[in-house]
Design a protein around this ligand. Structure first.
Ligand SMILES: [Zn+2]
Length: 801
């Protein structure tokens, strides 16, 4: 018997929950007179340790990064020494590190923090306010609640370092400006949204300092499962860090302002601030859009007033998807900032001629939204930290000076929601008795974590003549966060935006669809009007935090196929999402690295090997020699290709998804090609939409599925032309226009074409997925196809060639 190693925990490759690094010894707390004089309060100066005293260097120094262990130790010290700072551990990260939040405000506000939180929660739900007098009192006494989140993307290191400097300044300074902030604002500060990644990158930088690999970043996904996509998880809530933030910060306080701090490429503007470019998603309240515009433009004005060059607004980033903007559906504005990067912690020289613009601005020319170009030169971690700190202080100053505006605006947004929008239905109805229990449970989980009130009818009722029994789930759409329910339940109609009439599409920043009933394969019915009034309803159901997925029985137990999931040192996020999916289901699998593939003899170990979407070059060649330490370079190589050929000939199954299908088609010489390759974007463009996929229900791989299903199609997806006599077609894109939600140009190019194909090769088979069967952990509808593909006994009938 082979020994199955379940390596969903590929912790070994990541270094795992690492040994605490040698803590840098704090420099003896000898304050110079000069520093003491800088700090107006001698008390604060004696007690609150400066970053330099704690870390031994100034935050932002070239090449130096405080790591997560050192940072959390510092936050503990701040909480101990400053009456302005409270530190809470909201929970544990994916790999078990503490996930912390600081609450920073004046000592007077701290003394009545719970009372102030209750004021905020009342303003968030105007149904609970007794009348104008109470409202006036709440607006008078309440504080602007601001959430600042740092370094969700771990290689964007400036934000994690700036967090400690900002916290120190707020904890210790007696500048009038800081006093004004502390009196009027309650700051919730999450100093890293991904502490595991913060620690990894700091360790990597320290380990390679002074070597030829100085300035590189770890070659693995910096969130354990999903890498950069951790900032695409703000409605599906699949990851621990997302849930901790939503429950512990967003829902506990419903902040009016959320500031999320990022870095972007290094050859354009020095910092981006809102307004965003169009489109805004249509369920976002207009006063949120206007609040974003006001605040972002104010921050830009402050930075420019300080002489900071290269500030761009109204460029690059749009505000369509709720995947990045939870607060846009919960009464708050989202202020994204993106500061230009250096080389991780090392400085760069950017020659003037290398500067380029981006969407809606030209880096070499002043314009209304980019009034003072940066002329190039040296750019360092210190510059990044300075720009970020100035932007955060500008935001906090606006929040403090305009306290009354922010509270009134917040109340008005929530009041409009509880009164209901004319574009919204009266309610959404979700039948309780649905075949797809996992999808229904997932939907209820998303809605209730999103603070949507989901109730159950206590008697039967009818809508448009259709009878629904007692127990049916009902979401009345007059409630504070109805917009969150609406955007996730309705079909998206993305505007047809072109560079010029008839020209190429304007690229959305992310995707264009998020209709959960389609992705989850559950029914949700909008109620325009009740036949006989709203039925009697229960109290809101309790929040659901659990996932309820059941693995097909043939993938469990002793006879289960032996599955290998490929992972190189250029692992794609889709591969990471697949690890997450398998771990959630408790599906046993091995993580198969390049070296194991190159060794050959794969059939002895595996029945199935899965290649998630990744370019053939990334799989075969990996990272180029010299770019990283040798153990992280190279791919499966020619030996690996030969090993995969043997594996399938000897009866194994290779599953290839999206881009990886190119590799499978090439190495097995399949009579299958990508039917939409090379089409100009004005003729064919699907940047992330939901399409109808018709299934051949007689094919074993479609076992247990209906006649059609909603599939996820985006830039890396494919449609096939099939001429191979050994191929069977499992699924095709719908005829006519298969678009179910989102934006598609030229859908006729793929209508009716094969979407999932199985090809017999030797004793084994190759399964090709043209679309993404596990889109960001949300494609419940197409998971059965992916799981069926894990069982090589499920195979179409064709002649073996
Ligand atoms: Zn980022």
């Amino acid at each position: 018997m082979f020994r199955r190693v379940t390596t969903g925990s590929s912790a070994g490759f990541h270094g795992g929950p690492s040994a605490r690094r040698l803590a840098r010894r704090a420099v003896a707390p000898l304050l110079t007179l000069g520093l003491a004089a800088l700090l107006a309060s001698p008390l604060a100066a004696q007690q609150v340790p400066t970053p330099k005293e704690h870390f031994g260097f100034e935050l932002g120094e070239d090449g130096k990064l405080a790591d997560w262990n050192q940072l959390t130790a510092y936050y503990e010290k701040l909480a101990h020494t400053s009456p302005r700072v409270k530190l809470d551990t909201l929970g544990r990260t994916t790999l078990g590190r503490p996930f912390v939040m600081l609450t920073i405000t004046s000592p007077e506000n701290h003394a009545r923090l719970e009372e102030l939180r209750q004021i905020q929660l009342k303003l968030s739900d105007p149904r609970k306010i007794s009348g104008p007098e109470e409202l006036e009192r709440l607006l008078d006494e309440g504080k602007t609640v601001v959430l600042i989140t740092h370094q969700i993307h771990s290689t964007e290191v400036g934000g994690g370092q700036m967090a400690a400097r900002l916290a120190w300044r707020l904890a210790s300074s007696d500048e009038p400006r800081i006093r004004e902030i502390l009196d009027n604002v309650i700051l919730l500060q999450i100093p890293s949204l991904n502490p595991d990644g913060t620690q990894w990158v700091s360790e990597w930088v320290a380990k390679h300092a002074g070597t030829e690999y100085d300035g590189t970043a770890p070659p693995w996904l910096y969130h354990y499962y999903i890498g950069h996509d951790n900032n695409r998880d703000w409605y599906a809530f699949t990851q621990k860090e997302t849930v901790l933030t939503v429950l512990g910060a967003h829902n506990a306080w419903h902040p009016q302002i959320v500031h999320d701090i990022h870095q972007m490429g290094g050859t354009g503007a020095r910092i981006f601030l809102p307004p965003y470019i169009d489109p805004f998603e249509p369920n976002v309240d207009p006063a949120i859009v206007a609040g974003v515009n006001q605040l972002g433009a104010y921050m830009a004005a402050e930075l420019i007033a300080q002489g900071k060059k290269g500030v761009v607004i109204n460029g690059i980033f749009d505000a369509f998807t709720p995947a990045r903007a939870y607060q846009h559906y919960h009464g708050g504005v989202r202020i994204l900032s993106e500061t230009a990067s250096a080389r991780v912690a090392l400085p760069v020289e950017v020659p003037r001629e290398r500067l380029q613009g981006g969407r809606e601005y030209d880096a070499s020319r002043a314009s209304w939204n980019f009034p003072w170009p940066w002329e190039g030169g040296r750019w360092s971690l210190g510059d990044i930290v300075d720009y970020m700190e100035s932007a955060a202080l500008a935001l906090l100053t606006n929040a403090a000076k305009n306290r009354r505006y922010w509270l009134e605006n917040f109340y008005a947004i929530n009041k409009r929601a509880v009164d209901g929008w004319p574009t919204w239905p009266a309610a959404w109805v979700i039948p309780a008795d649905q075949a797809n229990e996992a999808g229904l449970a997932y939907l209820l989980r998303v809605l209730t974590i999103g603070d949507v009130e989901v109730r159950r009818a206590t008697s039967a009722f009818t809508v448009a003549g259709r009878r629904f029994p007692a127990g049916t789930y009902v979401i009345p759409m007059r409630q504070p966060y109805a917009s969150f329910a609406q955007t996730l339940l309705e079909v998206q109609k993305y505007p047809d935006l072109r560079e010029y009439p008839g020209g190429p599409p304007k690229r959305p920043y992310d995707v264009t669809a998020h209709t959960l009933p389609l992705l989850f394969n559950v029914e949700a019915v909008p109620v325009e009007r009740w036949d006989a009034g709203e039925p009697p309803l229960s109290a809101p159901i309790p929040r659901r935090l659990d996932f309820e997925f059941t693995l097909p029985s043939d993938l469990r137990g002793r006879r289960a196929p032996r599955i290998g999931l490929y992972k190189g040192w250029r692992e794609s996020m889709e591969a990471g999402w697949t690890r997450w999916l398998f771990d959630q289901h408790g599906l046993a699998y091995d993580t198969v690295m390049d070296e194991r593939i190159r060794q050959g003899g794969l059939r002895r170990s595996y029945d199935v090997i899965v290649f998630q979407s990744q370019s053939p070059r990334a799989i075969v060649e990996g990272n180029p020699p010299g770019s990283l330490p040798p153990e992280y370079t190279g791919g499966i190589g020619q030996e690996g290709i030969e090993a995969l050929r043997a594996f399938v000939r000897e009866g194994g199954r290779l599953v290839a998804i999206e881009q990886a299908t190119d590799l499978a088609i090439e190495i097995f010489g399949l009579g299958v090609s990508n039917a939409v390759a090379g089409l100009p974007s004005q003729d064919f463009y699907i940047p992330g939409s939901i399409l109808r996929v018709d299934l051949d229900r007689s094919h074993p791989l479609a076992r247990g599925m209906g006649e059609w299903v909603a599939g996820w199609f985006w830039r890396s997806s494919r449609a096939f032309d099939v001429t191979d006599p050994a191929a069977t077609v499992v699924a095709r894109y719908g005829a006519g226009d298969p678009t179910l939600s989102g934006w598609t140009l030229g859908p006729e190019r793929l209508a009716g074409k094969p979407a999932v194909v199985e090809v017999r090769v030797g004793q084994g088979s190759v399964v090709l997925f043209g679309f993404q069967p596990n889109y960001r952990g949300q494609s419940v509808a197409t998971w059965p196809l992916l799981f069926n593909a894990m069982n090589p006994r499920l195979a179409g009938r064709v002649a073996t060639r």
